[in-house]
Design a protein around this ligand. Structure first.
Ligand code: UGA
Length: 464
């Protein structure tokens, strides 16, 4: 047998626990389970209400009083498309409830889904403080046979650490620990929950894996691949996905910088290279840089894990650095059109890290606008959903409630988020109120020809 074939054979043996099954809707009747979801952030709320829609009885536990009372009254504390309707329907159907008491929440449930945040710590590694606090509580309160399902993105090895903790603290080896990473995009999370590309379940108990598979199968209306594997592989799958996505966007952003120089349209190149299924069409839109609450922190943890093990990860490191350059690239585009930044008035459309979310976490708007403000620009910004922290994160900006106001007397418009509403603005009217008709469309959402007709100097990312 050739060496390569031997390796493939061996790797098949090593991963003999791994399997792929199709989560087609089952023919026989399935019983709804009692489930607890810990954390009512966007992942927790979508997961809890989604499982309720599947027919399960779900308690979602949230410790923040303000958030809890909003949710109990059927309102969502952040912007997530279709979620309010889903939560309202499931609450009124009696399958979903919100609870503050964790002990009550886990009473009599089959599975406890953990969705608490794992933000970056100062050193860049994932901060597991919130998770550890809950684990310590659960080790005392969970009952034998209950399954702990980790949905939060956790460093490779976390589930095994939890298992060890459970056995060493109170002899709780009777609790199964399973990983079930989420692949929900903010802004599309409800859609993604009901239309997953795949479901990943990691663990070493066949019974626990089967129970979690059934929880999903109950609601699936079409076949979805379910990958079952061990805990650490499931943990790695989540990081590898997000790091790869950042790499893909990072690549197209660099391609755009080169295309700008040689006068080639990146969008056209992306469309054609994406027609090759090995590359794929998605995540090839150049922009102001990737951000959000997931990709940046997961990249840092991934790099940190490599460093801690003496594995230097050159590609993710370069992707991170290239992203900082992309922010700088957008700043320079504004500068080249507006001229002197000191004293320039810049009208900004979009602050969130992408459209259809109110989330500002690690939004490219923060470094780009901070740089403009530090260099003396006056920044007037509009965003249809950005949450209240705008002023904390960007103390120097002047936020307005009307997109047209950003243009009045401005030297340059800057589009940072791809909200579709911006395409529908009356760009003729905007041009008339500006002092100088410059625009940097950092999301390539406008039609260059139209803008040029209105007399704009138009700059985009990789279409010039
Ligand atoms: C990401 C993953 O896509 C989800 O699968 C994952 O579940 C989630 O993280 C998570 O770990 O919870 P999300 O953070 O909502 O989801 O954002 P993405 O849609 O992945 O976008 C990330 C960034 O890349 C945004 O700043 C976006 O504007 C940018 N991007 C994306 C581009 O600039 N161009 C593209 O073509 C695509």
């Amino acid at each position: 047998m050739k060496e390569r074939d031997k390796n493939i054979e061996n790797s098949k043996k090593d991963s003999s626990a791994d399997s792929l099954e199709s989560a087609s809707p089952l023919s026989g009747p399935l019983r709804g389970e009692k489930i607890c979801v810990i954390g009512a952030g966007f992942v927790g709320t979508v997961t809890a209400s989604g499982f309720a829609r599947f027919g399960h009885e779900v308690v979602c536990v949230e410790k923040d009083d303000k958030r809890l009372s909003l949710l109990r009254s059927g309102r969502i504390p952040f912007y997530e498309r279709d979620l309010e309707q889903l939560v309202k329907t499931e609450m009124s159907g009696g399958r979903l409830m919100f609870e503050s008491d964790l002990e009550k929440g886990i009473e009599g449930v089959k599975a406890v889904f953990l969705t608490v945040g794992t933000p970056s710590s100062n050193g860049g590694r994932a901060d597991l403080t919130a998770l550890q606090e809950i684990i310590s509580f659960l080790s005392k309160k969970m009952k034998p046979g209950q399954i702990l399902v980790i949905k939060s993105t956790v460093p490779v090895g976390t589930a095994n650490m939890i298992k060890k903790y459970f056995s060493e603290n109170g002899n709780r080896a009777d609790i199964e620990v399973v990983n079930n990473p989420e692949f929900l995009r903010e802004g599309n999370a409800v859609y993604d929950f009901f239309n997953p590309h795949r479901i990943v379940i990691g663990g070493n108990s066949t019974g626990a894996i089967e129970t979690i598979s059934h929880i999903y199968k109950m609601g699936m209306t079409r076949p979805v691949p379910i990958f079952t594997t061990n805990n650490e592989t499931a943990e790695m799958i989540k990081y590898a996905s997000n790091v790869y996505l950042a790499t893909k966007v990072g690549f197209v952003n660099e391609l755009a910088r080169l295309c700008d120089r040689v006068g080639v349209n990146t969008m056209e190149v992306a469309r054609v290279i994406g027609a090759d299924p090995r590359i794929g069409q998605e995540f090839l839109n150049p922009g102001p840089g990737w951000g959000g609450s997931c990709l940046p922190k997961d990249l840092r943890e991934f790099i940190g894990l490599g460093d801690s093990l003496g594995v230097s990860l050159h590609i993710p490191r370069a992707v991170s650095e290239a992203n900082l350059r992309q922010f700088e690239h957008v700043y320079r585009k504004v500068k080249s059109l507006a001229g002197d930044i000191k004293g320039a008035r810049i009208g900004v459309l979009g602050l969130t890290f992408k459209a259809n979310t109110s989330d500002l976490r690690e939004s490219p708007a923060i470094p780009i606008l901070t740089r403009l403000i530090e260099n003396g620009a006056e920044v007037i910004a509009y965003d249809p959903a950005a949450d209240g922290e705008v002023i904390d994160l960007l103390p120097g900006i002047h936020r307005v409630d009307d997109p047209y106001e950003t243009a009045v007397g401005s030297d340059c418009m800057l589009i940072l988020t791809e909200w579709s509403d911006f395409q529908l603005l009356d760009w003729g009217r905007i041009s008339e109120t500006m002092k100088n008709k410059n625009i940097v469309d950092a999301r390539n959402i406008l039609a260059p020809e139209l803008l040029k007709r209105y007399g704009f100097n138009y700059a985009s990312i990789g279409q010039n």
